[in-house]
Design a protein. Structure first.
Length: 161
């Protein structure tokens, strides 16, 4: 996904959101701002699958430690490996938020967008409230929830010019 140059006077902006299920399938994508090259549905599917594979590989790319792992109590879990979290170019920044269930939220923003972590966590909270609590939504299927769409629309990611 490439971003066309934009005017330096423009406010910071969120370009796009992708949600990938635990199997690597694209279950949601939405463009929020002009400036992105238009991708086909197939391109979005390839992007989701490719990122899922790269993320899976990077969870195993960690330095080896000679020390023994600390012993955990019966209710404690080891920290999960994180994989790739940020990809930054001169034109955009891609931030990944992974849930414990393996769902990944990819947020494409301007490189200097502040508080991307906070934005993506808020999107995750909206996902929980309007998608996961929807009795008609089936897990890992494409998201088609009107309440979710309305709430995302209320979050003005696109700057007022």
């Amino acid at each position: 996904m490439s971003v066309q140059p934009y005017a330096k006077t423009q406010s910071r902006v969120v370009f796009a959101l992708l949600i990938i299920n635990k199997a690597g399938g694209l279950i949601y994508h939405r463009d929020f701002a002009e400036g992105l090259n238009k991708l086909s549905t197939n391109d979005y599917l390839v992007l989701a699958g490719t990122f899922h594979g790269v993320h899976a590989i990077t969870t195993r790319l960690n330095p080896l430690h000679n020390s023994r792992p600390p012993s955990l109590g019966p209710t404690e879990r080891p920290e999960a490996p994180s994989g790739i979290e940020v990809l930054e170019t001169e034109n955009f920044r891609m931030q990944c938020f992974s849930t414990l269930t393996g769902t990944k939220f990819l947020l494409f923003t301007e490189p200097l967008q502040p508080n991307v972590d906070g934005i993506i966590v808020k999107i995750y909270e909206l996902y929980i409230d309007y998608v996961m609590k929807n009795p008609f939504y089936q897990l890992d299927m494409p998201i088609r929830c009107e309440g979710w769409e309305r709430r995302l629309q209320k979050w003005n990611f696109v700057p007022v010019t």
